[in-house]
Design a protein around this ligand. Sequence first.
Ligand code: GDP
Length: 299
Amino acid sequence: LVRLRQRLAGSQGALGRGLLALLSRDRLDEDTWESIEDTLLTADVGVAPTQQLVENLRTRLRVEGGQVDDVRAVVREELLALVNPDLDRRLQISGEDGAPGVVLVVGVNGAGKTTTVGKIARILVAENRSVVLGAADTFRAAAAEQLATWGGRVGVDVVRGDEGADPASVAFRAVEAGARSGVDTVIVDTAGRLQNKQGLMDELGKVKRVIEKQAPVTEVLLVLDATTGQNGMTQARVFGEAVDVSGIVLTKLDGSAKGGIVVQVQRELGVPVKLVGLGEGADDLAPFDAGAFVDALLG
Ligand code: GDP
């Protein structure tokens, strides 16, 4: 959490600082409220949530003939409500009846899927869980290689196929290997070709069906690059329609001043942000904590 705060302080903190500066003006006139809206929209909070937040703030900060004592506390409460602290953000990493938990990781190329798979494996191994990785991104030659490197670093087996092999068959073999050796969790990295919704649905649907001949998929994580803003939101929608996403991983939050995307993507997909990527290193993945996130925003 300390790291989250430090990483966000430089970039995300700008949103909170900007808001607080505007809200602390003596007179909250229409121009000021417009600037507040702009600040929120620029940070990717999204149109509907921005309008709701501004309306709530207008109501709560309108005090006859005076100022609300603790503007920061009001803003904190309202931001926290938007991020929704009550969502269950635990990863479903355990299977039932002796089967491994299966985590399917999806998202477009470059979003940080492979890196995230490696980082999750590292966290699970540190918790003494046994893990097998499946390199079902068979379209990018470097992807399996990259995952194998992570496997070596973390000390877990990686099941891979030849370049161009059927992703579903690699996923099948990974879950098969995991089940045979009785591991706790199999994490499957998938290909992230930007294609149409139908193609994506067919491909991810097949991967999921084939896996589920052996064990239920317990978690489908959508990896989203926080720096891509509205493009990222469009991708999120396509993936959300193609497959039953159960959690979101927001990567590169260390390099983005646009933390508002958390609000937008949760609302759009109806699933929680479960993890955040805060850098390229092996330890730079953290569970998403709504309170810590809002505190980091407010600097
Ligand atoms: P994939 O194509 O979705 O598998 O993406 P990769 O895992 O190959 O990541 C693409 C690039 O993003 C790599 O250079 C990663 O090191 C980088 N990356 C991944 N996650 C993060 C993050 O949280 N922060 C930063 N700064 N870079 C990241």
